[in-house]
Design a protein around this ligand. Structure first.
Ligand code: CUA
Length: 316
């Protein structure tokens, strides 16, 4: 599960550090106010009969004035302190090297499209919902959206950053520990906003490069007759209208790129585990699983469905 209290990057640690200080000061202020209130109520009980505020003595009045001025001074001091602390954390978060691995991330209702920038455009890797990054290295994200405003939030790695249609925002982090970090869209973006998760998979550089090389290769064309039939169903049955598979004529970018679909652990942006039963269920009627999603139900015969699922299962 994702958690801002379990930071795994310098960026998330800086945010968590600031949060704990704010929490500590907030708790101390609340406690002092409660203690002062209880003391005030008790002293009032002690002087029954003399509760007319107009008749408090001159000294008591001066004492109250000093307390209020002192409390205002302390409040302003704390707020100014946190303002400076907040700015310093903001500056630290904005620092990044110029030469960093860049991933272009686009938000869609309701999934994430990731493109690994390469000087050679033919080597661009396109994937969805599961973003591999090298551990211990700063990674830069260029964020935008194809429809409405979304928000990229992997709390263990950094704070939130909005994805705005027609505008590019930038975000960075450096994962310090290898592992899989869950992230979630953090801006209400329609019916399935809650089912718009993603995973950041941080792995050592050699492993990451291995993944990138595998991801940039087109899958082997099917030879088996069932798989060939499955591919024909994919191309003619409506799938190719929205999805793309490298090395085939399916090149649409409306839906997630399926070239290495089977290498991902979930279907539909973290909604279902990626297994044969769920994939079949998903293809038959995505609307029953994720109502409102742009993928329509597929009226296929059992033989077509079986062949299509078998073909997609080879997209490793
Ligand atoms: Cu995308 Cu909420």
């Amino acid at each position: 599960m994702h958690s801002a209290f379990d930071p795994s990057s310098p960026q998330a640690r800086a945010i968590a550090h600031l949060w704990w200080w704010m929490f500590g000061f907030g708790a101390a202020v609340w406690l002092s106010v409660m203690i002062a209130m209880v003391m005030a109520v008790q002293s009032k009980h002690g002087e029954r009969g003399s509760d007319d505020l107009l008749h408090v003595s001159h000294e008591t009045h001066r004492g109250m004035q000093r307390t209020v001025i002192g409390a205002v001074f302390v409040t302003v001091l704390i707020l100014l302190g946190f303002l400076a602390f907040d700015f310093s954390v903001g500056r630290a978060l904005a620092q990044h090297p110029q030469q960093a691995l860049t991933i272009e991330l686009s938000g869609h209702q309701w999934w994430w499209e990731a493109q690994y920038v390469d000087p050679d455009p033919s080597k661009r890797v396109v994937t969805a919902n599961e973003i591999h990054v090298p551990v211990g290295e700063m990674v830069q994200f260029k964020l935008t959206s194809s429809d409405v405003i979304h928000s990229f939030w992997a709390p263990n790695l950094n704070g939130k950053r909005d994805l705005v249609p027609g505008y590019v925002t930038t975000h960075w982090f450096r994962a310090d520990t290898a592992g899989t970090y869950r992230g979630q869209c953090a801006e209400f973006c329609g019916l399935q906003h809650a089912q718009m998760a993603f995973y950041i998979i941080a792995e050592p550089r050699p492993k990451f490069l291995g993944w990138l090389a595998a991801a940039s290769a087109a899958p082997d064309p099917p030879t088996d007759s069932t798989l060939l039939y499955g591919q024909r169903v994919f191309m003619s049955g409506g799938c190719a209208v929205c999805h793309s598979i490298a090395g085939t004529e399916a090149r649409s970018t409306v839906g997630p790129n399926l070239t290495h679909f089977k290498s991902r652990s979930t279907i539909a942006a973290g909604t279902l585990a990626n297994n044969r039963a769920n994939l079949t269920r998903w293809i038959v009627n995505p609307q029953a699983i994720k109502p409102g999603v742009r993928m329509p139900p597929s009226p296929l015969t059992p033989v077509q469905l079986n062949a299509l699922v078998s073909y997609l299962e080879t997209m490793k």
